[in-house]
Design a protein around this ligand. Structure first.
Ligand SMILES: *Cc1c(COP(=O)(O)O)cnc(C)c1O
Length: 385
């Protein structure tokens, strides 16, 4: 499958579990001859909402589209400040900035808990603050109880970037449904993949209705509806975009959603094996210890020993056929953000941990022997570096 120029990995960082079930679903869509959003999209939304015990959900074309529409539907705009972790994918910061609002970067809790620190967020709240973004790093819940309380105390909105965490029942509720909005991603490497795709849930049905309208240019009737009726009139009731998913992606998403529970069990075995083999390795940190039961287990991050040469370790692992990654280069250090949105307070934990973070392979096509091979390769690379 991989292109000739790609190295041939023995264990890839991520993989999909696509098989004949998704193939059959895709073929059925092709034979229906309607590829854009349609009845399968609606079925995917309802199935996803049900798994979250949410009233409804809106499927969109990516996780970024989900964040873009959700923040717009909440009314985030010019002059607003939105506090968010710097240690995240850039999407939330970008959509906030595109609205003319200011992303304000907060630190994470510790090298054991890479989610945003509520006490740090509290210190960043000003008269202009409109919202807080909680990101469930690697699928592990952010401290939603504390963030929700903080948001309520100051009259702020709480946005959950749940790109890593579809269908996670945490002590504080189902991830994505505790905040005012929850945004999910179905990119190629995520727990559920549809190639590209996303989903929005919202506490307030009016917010979700705005997301649904804006997904398709605020048209009063969709092409799908107009195709099936004599009445082809429509009105435009607001500003929107085309962020619709497709019937193909929705059909694949329905199958992927069905596989999620089984895949998560496999991920849990793999992370368990990593912890068994790597706990106690000198200087190596394994974040989120004891919290795997409460996680989507999207990523398996490790914190390399202080002073370890990450580039060399990653190269040694690559030579052994083990693909790794870094989640994430902190957003406030990217050139675009450094100059325009400099951190207003120091982010000591993020800055200390950022250079030492590395993600190990984790996906449901791996077996325990793969995890053992990765762990052994990492220990060897650490010993030699
Ligand atoms: C993947 C991801 C997104 C964006 O999702 P896309 O579907 O790639 O647009 C947003 N936030 C986080 C934390 C992500 O990992």
């Amino acid at each position: 499958m991989s292109a000739a120029s790609e190295p041939s990995w023995r264990v890839t960082l991520a993989d999909t579990t696509l098989d004949e079930r998704e193939e059959a679903a895709a073929v059925e869509v092709l034979r229906s001859r309607w590829l854009s959003a349609g009845p399968r999209t609606r079925r995917f939304e309802m199935a996803f909402a049900e798994r979250l015990s949410a009233a409804d959900a809106v499927a969109v074309s990516s996780g970024t589209a989900a964040l873009h529409l959700a923040t717009r539907a909440l009314g985030i705009g010019a002059g607003d400040e939105v506090v968010m972790p710097s240690l995240s994918f850039v999407a939330a910061a970008a959509v906030v900035a595109l609205h003319g609002a200011t992303p304000v970067f907060a630190d994470v809790r510790s090298d054991q808990d890479l989610t945003v620190d509520p006490a740090g967020v509290a210190k960043l709240v000003t008269a202009r603050t409109r919202a807080i973004v909680a990101m469930h790093y690697g699928g592990y819940p952010a401290d939603l109880a504390a963030l929700r309380a903080l948001a309520d105390r100051h009259g702020l909105l709480l946005i959950e970037d749940a790109a890593h965490a579809p269908v996670v029942h945490s002590a504080d509720g189902v991830l994505g449904t505790v905040g005012d909005v929850g945004c999910f991603s179905f990119f190629a490497t995520k727990n559920i993949t549809t190639g590209e795709g996303g989903m929005v849930v919202a506490r307030d049905p009016e917010v979700l209705a705005r997301v649904r309208a804006m997904r398709s240019h605020c048209l009063t009737r969709s092409t799908w509806d107009r195709m099936r009726s004599d009445d082809t009139d429509y009105d435009v009731t607001g500003l929107g975009l085309n962020y619709r998913p497709t019937e193909l992606s929705s059909a694949i998403g329905l199958v992927q959603l069905d596989k999620l529970t089984g895949e998560r069990a496999r991920r849990r075995e793999l992370v368990g094996r990593y912890r068994e083999l790597l706990t106690g390795v000198a200087g190596l940190g394994l974040p989120f210890a004891g919290r795997d039961g409460d996680s989507a287990l999207h990523l398996c991050p490790v914190v390399l020993p202080p002073g370890a040469d990450r580039a060399r370790i990653r190269k040694a692992l690559a030579a052994a056929g083990v693909q790794t990654s870094v989640h994430y280069p902190p957003t406030h250090q990217f050139s675009h953000y450094r100059s325009r949105y400099p951190a207003t307070r120091p982010l000591p934990v993020t800055e200390a941990v950022a250079g030492r973070l590395m993600s190990l392979p984790l996906h449901a096509r791996m077996d325990e022997a793969d995890a053992a091979y990765v762990a052994r390769s990492l220990v060897e690379a650490l010993t030699r570096s």
